[in-house]
Design a binder for this molecule. Structure first.
Ligand code: N01
Length: 531
């Protein structure tokens, strides 16, 4: 049985950086195990038409190396899936990472052997490894959720999930296609496929707020400017709550007249960015202020969509703006003006079952050549639970997390020694521009392992009391936020039957979180049990 110092699960943005740090900085014998046939993580699996990031490209990547930052040119404001893959391949080559990655192996179990102080890892290809440190770099949005709709097995056509899109081109040309789901993925996929299909029927359960992305080619001037400002950008994205370049101003929605306020909203709408929510400091905090932003977006949609009935269904919001993940779009609302696009409101006309030929709703039987599920993920906890982790005293993670995903800082779990999580539940993760959080996590984990090794310790484990306090802190912050005003959201586990209904990520913002993590490190991990 091959033994390593560190095994990292996942070769996405986090796994690649963690490999570099463990292997090249700590000189640990390190292996990455990856289910896919290549690197990329999220950007390997999400190949659906229209897949694009909604963080601005010059902030979406690694900042740890000036050389890497300055030698890669982003050509568009928002990078598309394939561009991000190319970028990651460029980084991989620079750091020579592939030689330590085992592809096409899915972890089927990971068990802590107490006496040996080693993790035993098994893959679906019957490979077994031992390791002292196990680092889960499995992503927060990688467990695709295909809802259990009656009849799916009987369906004769092909169906796809956006997050598991095949490598081989999916032929959609002149076909009749169903799309279920209108979150970030659905909003991106619909306008792209509407261009080629004979008919697209979009099944919407809840309308989402979406701001125009206004993607564009970057001019030489913009490119030179961001390259020149590498140090500044690197500092700035560490200071803002979401790891973007924008922060929230002090000004309130109520400091302005409607005309003045709408001018500010209009400017942000025309610019196109997630920064729309930061037009005023109170949009994400105060329901009444939030309503003003919500009304502005609603008015815009009502103007774009020509059919009044459809426009009404698209604006029948049941949650405050930003209480669920806000999205950016390219011609999403305009798509509903096309003759080949139809919207089905699942609130009034729910799906009864999937049939051999298509979908039966309360009011109609549809035939489809293919069905696209843009139905999201078992977010944050799902990817970790799928590893079948077993900690001290044979405790299964699935049982340990049956009521709440207990962790400290989202980085470590009591009873699971030497197991680290990047982007885990209990960390800011999905509420941030992901690579910024990833770098912070990878660096914290690297320092922590270095501390254990230098001090010749056997193991480190989050204490029960620190995990309990951390859950309370998350609850307190979430309860005071607008996130809890959403009737149903994957931030709270509402989208997966049987999942604990608690707010999962840490909602206190990156700077506050980073300070806490830094303090823990400076105090030599007092909140942890070290042996
Ligand atoms: O998934 P989602 P996503 N019947 O969960 C609907 C990141 N991301 O893949 O709102 C009918 O947001 C569900 O309806 P409802 C980003 O963090 C980023 O779109 O639950 N409908 C919803 O409309 C994002 O937030 C980017 O009522 C069902 C949709 O499916 C996260 O990934 C791009 C249903 C799911 O939306 C997830 O986004 C893509 C059912 N049984 C993703 N079950 C960018 O950076 C679910 N739905 C641009």
């Amino acid at each position: 049985m091959l033994q390593f110092d560190t095994i990292i699960i996942g070769a996405g943005i986090s796994g690649l950086y963690q490999l570099h740090k463990c292997r090249d900085e700590l000189n640990l014998k390190t292996l990455v195990i990856e289910e896919g046939s290549d690197i990329g993580g999220t950007w390997y699996w999400n190949r659906y038409p229209g897949a694009r990031c909604d963080s601005e490209s010059h902030t979406y990547g690694y900042t740890f190396s000036k050389k890497i930052y300055k030698n890669w040119i982003w050509k568009e404001k928002y990078p598309k899936q394939n561009t991000i893959l190319k970028y990651l391949k460029f980084v991989e080559k620079k750091l020579d990472l592939k030689k330590d990655i085992l592809f096409n192996n899915k972890i089927i179990s990971a068990r802590y052997l107490e006496r040996k102080n080693l993790w035993k890892i098994e893959t679906n290809k019957n490979k077994v490894f031992l390791t002292k440190y196990l680092i889960c770099a499995v992503g927060s949005l990688s467990s695709a959720n295909i809802p259990k709709i009656k009849g799916l097995n009987a369906y004769k056509g092909k169906y796809y999930h956006t997050g598991r899109w095949p490598k081989k081109k999916v032929n959609l040309k002149d076909q009749v296609i169903a799309q279920i789901g209108t979150g970030s993925s659905g909003i991106q996929v619909a306008p792209e496929i509407a261009k080629v299909v004979k008919k697209l029927v979009i099944f919407q359960r809840t309308p989402n707020y979406s701001i125009p992305a206004r993607n564009k080619k970057l001019t030489k001037e913009i490119i030179n400017n961001y390259l020149k400002n590498y140090e500044k950008i690197k500092k700035l994205i560490k200071k803002t709550p979401g790891g973007h370049t924008f922060s929230f101003p002090n000004r309130s929605v109520f400091d302005f007249s409607k005309i003045e306020r709408d001018k500010i909203f209009e400017k942000a709408w025309l610019k196109g960015s997630l920064a729309f929510r930061a037009c005023f400091g109170d949009i994400t905090k105060n329901l009444k202020a939030n309503q003003k932003a919500s009304n502005f977006i609603k008015e815009k949609i009502l103007k774009i969509v020509k059919d009044k009935k459809i426009a009404k269904i698209l604006t029948n919001f049941d949650h405050p703006f930003t209480s669920k993940r806000p999205t950016l779009n390219t011609n999403y609302y305009e798509t509903f003006n096309k003759k080949n696009v139809q919207l089905v409101d699942l609130k009034t006309n729910p799906i009864i079952k999937i049939t051999k030929k298509g979908i039966k709703t309360k009011n109609k039987d549809f035939n489809f050549d293919k069905i696209i599920f843009a139905t999201g993920y078992d977010a944050l906890t799902g990817p970790l639970l799928s590893l079948n982790l077993v900690g001290k005293k044979q405790i299964k993670l699935k049982d340990y997390w049956s009521k709440i995903p207990k962790s400290y800082l989202g980085l470590m779990i009591p009873k699971f020694p030497n197991l680290f999580i990047i982007q885990g539940p209990g960390s800011p993760s999905v509420l941030t521009n992901v690579p910024v959080q990833i770098e912070q996590h990878v660096e914290w984990i690297t320092h922590c392992i270095s501390f254990i090794e230098l001090n010749k310790k056997r193991s480190i484990e989050a204490s029960l009391s620190s995990a309990k306090n951390w859950s309370n802190e998350i609850k307190k912050l979430a309860d005071a936020s607008l996130f809890m005003k959403a009737k149903s959201s994957w931030y709270k586990g509402d989208n997966i039957p049987g999942k604990p209904k608690v707010f999962i990520p840490y909602p206190g913002g990156l700077p506050r979180y980073r300070n806490i993590c830094n303090k823990v490190e400076k105090n030599q991990y007092k909140e942890f049990l070290i042996k």
